[in-house]
Design a protein around this ligand. Structure first.
Ligand code: 13P
Ligand code: SF4
Length: 308
């Protein structure tokens, strides 16, 4: 453990703090975290935390969700600039106009959205439980699904539901190049392609398995194959490789890869070990939400957790 990691460990004890981290965080952040998971796992963990401070090493909507589930605790995010292109694509004002046009529709929002958008939703979902949540809605009930159109289309393909989609996208998962992916597969014909459902349809079509970050890791662990091309953010390869040290993992290639052969989320990567350390010392930046917003946004999150 390096010096900074040791200091963080000490500060955690002194301040009765817990660090939650997403699989897309820098390796050194994942290594000091108390729990590393996907969006659903992190929400479930946040719902049962017994600590005074939660440091959320992830992006803003994730830390907000932890705050909504823990209104009396201090929730810190190492850098408030850690946003998300999906959440940014869906402003509360534009979303209100959209849902007002379809008053008979049930509103399902992917967890990658702001607390204000969650507060306008009937139920939240993640990539782990989106199919289950949509399947739990009576077939005659029309659905709005926001903000990820690629996940939405994937769910439509699996359920046959005719959902009204918001047209947001993840900049990371839409950066994969199908041509380059096919070239890499030609070089490694024995490898299986696996993909996150935020990826575009043409990527999902060539994948042998589609799932959330946690589901992708579990698949690689339990599958008999020993070579995988992984179409999701490259940070996942750290935990994945730890779980399967003898298997070969190849990051799916991005369209413009002059500097990096893979796809990295710039929002996730604004958090650093130093910023994590500093936010524990300063107990800031902190996620602050109004009581009214927390009350409203909690309802669709609780529905999701109950179904999961
Ligand atoms: P999951 O970890 O829930 O699959 O989400 C992926 C993602 O893009 C988070 O921003
Ligand atoms: Fe948002 Fe995509 Fe980054 Fe996840 S990987 S935080 S969905 S921009």
């Amino acid at each position: 453990m390096n010096n900074l990691a040791e200091k963080i460990s000490q500060l955690k004890k002194e301040k009765n703090a817990v660090i939650l981290a997403h699989y897309y965080q820098e390796t050194e952040i994942q290594d000091v975290a108390d729990y590393v998971g996907d969006s659903l796992g992190l929400s479930q963990k946040a719902a049962e935390i017994n600590a005074d401070i939660i440091v959320f090493a992830g992006v803003h909507f994730m830390a907000e969700t932890a705050k909504i589930l823990n209104p009396d605790k201090k929730v810190l995010l190492p850098d408030l600039e850690a946003g998300c292109s999906l959440a940014d694509s869906c402003s509360p004002e534009a979303f209100k106009e959209f849902i007002d046009r379809y008053p008979d529709h049930l509103v399902i929002t992917y967890i990658n959205c702001s607390a204000e958008v969650k507060a306008m939703s009937d139920i939240v979902c993640t990539s782990s439980n989106a199919l289950k949540i949509v399947n739990s809605i009576p077939e005659n009930r029309p659905i709005i699904f926001a903000p990820d159109q690629n996940l939405g289309r994937y769910i439509i393909s699996q359920t046959g539901r005719n959902m009204m989609l918001w047209t947001g996208e993840c900049v990371v998962h839409t950066a994969f190049s199908i041509e380059k992916l096919i070239d890499v597969h030609k070089e490694h014909p024995d490898a299986k392609i696996i993909a996150h459902p935020e990826s575009e349809e043409h990527i999902l079509k060539v994948a042998s398995f589609i799932g959330s970050t946690a589901a992708l890791i579990n698949h690689v662990k339990s599958n008999v194959h020993d070579k995988f091309i992984v179409a999701t953010e490259a940070g996942i390869l750290h935990k994945m490789q730890q779980e399967v040290p003898d298997k070969k993992l190849i990051p799916a290639p991005a369209k413009e890869d002059n500097t990096c052969a893979c796809s990295e989320c710039g929002y996730m990567k604004v958090n650093t070990l130093q910023k994590l350390h500093d936010c524990l010392i300063n107990e800031s930046p902190e996620i602050i939400l109004s009581e009214e917003l927390i009350e409203k946004a909690l309802i669709p999150i609780k529905r999701m957790l109950d179904i999961s």
